[in-house]
Design a protein around this ligand. Structure first.
Ligand SMILES: Cc1ncc(COP(=O)(O)O)c(C=O)c1O
Length: 380
């Protein structure tokens, strides 16, 4: 149904069933023209391209993202090459020579997890990690931990990278203290699961990027900065000063909009690609809801197929949860060991089925470029 958008990536992988969209989503054909357009614009405008980017392409991307999230201030969105840059910039808002209590989960992606562990070696960081499982009680346990430990910094995912489980942010976020810096890593829900961010836009940071479900490729990560944020990242670059370059004072100036959290010179190719994807779906009236429904129908038919497949039926009872209301765009199965998991990923790959794993869990992802017919062909 949507395969026509991906003719180039599909042609390059005719002997592959690509079930890793949750990691490396195929790019629609329109991104290729967008990439070339970036080159042409750079050639045509040379030095003047920057003012064009900041007045045209950046606001377009901000507008698209703001529409997806239903937020009212697109100018609060700022871009960086990866989410790690924002993680570090957020940490740099705190005085790490003093005690900093961080509340998080045991299931955050390495860009946060590894950096946090490392900072804890040489600072006064105290890390409280709430296990995501059992999922049914996570919201209650997370909120209780926030009341008990009174953290200054809270960081949690919306859909967890090691399970695909979508936590009930609606039950958690309103109960967190307004005095805490709160960040949601939504990389696995952005442009996958429709979600209205407007109830939280006043005081919660939203972090994501375009490499996965947004399909714009790497290089276009973004942070939504709540308006009137008083934070002053010490890890700052000159883009934050863009509106104030003529200033003669020595004071380090921070703008009120998202640029407050900006770094420095970026390759904007990825914004061009992301805009092209948004324009494509807007033109063809393919909504996020349509995409989500389509992916869920693929997931359901994959599970049915798996039941009858000598190749995969041993995974039948290994699905770590199944609740379509709380499900991201990949299915996760838990095996007995890391070795068994890696060996399954490798043997599937030899047979043309691309998946990936995290510890002893194998993940099957569902991109718009798959069809039920593919499962008939591949899942024997
Ligand atoms: C939940 C989550 N956050 C962030 C990232 C990406 O991090 P970065 O942009 O720092 O590479 C990933 C990548 O897989 C992820 O799963």
């Amino acid at each position: 149904m949507y395969q026509r958008y991906y003719s180039r990536f599909l042609a390059a992988h005719q002997n592959v069933l690509h079930m890793a969209a949750h990691s490396h989503h195929f790019w629609p054909d329109v991104t290729r023209e967008a990439q070339i357009q970036y080159w042409d614009d750079s050639c045509r405008m040379a030095d003047e391209k920057w003012s064009y980017f900041f007045t045209t392409q950046v606001p377009r991307t901000q507008h698209h993202i703001a529409k997806t999230l239903n937020i009212s201030s697109p100018e609060q969105i700022v871009f960086a090459a990866n989410t790690h840059e924002f993680v570090m910039r957020l940490y740099s808002c705190f005085d790490l020579t003093k005690k900093l209590v961080v509340l998080t989960t045991d299931s955050e992606f390495y860009s946060f997890e590894r950096q946090t562990q490392r900072l804890a070696e040489s600072s006064q960081l105290e890390i409280i990690k709430v296990p995501t499982e059992p999922f049914a009680t996570f919201a209650e346990r997370f909120v209780a931990a926030s009341k008990k430990h009174q953290p200054q910094f809270i960081f949690l995912s919306h859909v967890f990278f090691n399970s695909g489980w979508m936590c009930p942010l609606d039950q958690i976020l309103p109960q967190l203290s307004p005095d805490t810096v709160k960040v949601v890593d939504a990389y696995h829900s952005f442009m996958a699961v429709p979600f209205d961010w407007s109830p939280f836009e006043k005081d919660i940071f939203y972090l994501s990027g375009s490499y996965k479900y947004a399909q714009g490729g790497e290089g276009c990560c973004f942070l939504y900065v709540p308006p009137k944020s008083p934070l002053r990242p010490a890890y700052t670059g000159w883009f934050a000063e863009l509106s104030n370059l003529a200033s003669k004072t020595n004071e380090v100036f921070y703008p009120e909009n998202g640029l407050r959290f900006a770094g420095s010179t970026l390759d904007f190719t990825s914004l061009y690609r992301l805009n092209a994807v948004y324009d494509l779906f807007e033109k063809d009236q393919v909504t996020l809801k349509d995409q989500h429904q389509f992916v869920q129908s693929l997931q359901k038919s994959f599970l049915k197929r798996l039941e009858q497949s000598p190749l995969l039926m041993h995974l039948r009872d290994r699905l770590i949860f199944q609740n379509w209301e709380e499900q991201g765009h990949f299915l996760t199965f838990e095996l007995s060991s890391v070795e068994e998991t890696i060996s399954l990923v490798q043997s599937l790959k030899k047979q043309g089925i691309w998946t990936d794993s995290r510890k002893n869990r194998i993940r099957f992802g569902f991109g718009l470029y798959l069809t039920e017919k593919d499962f008939d062909r591949w899942i024997k």
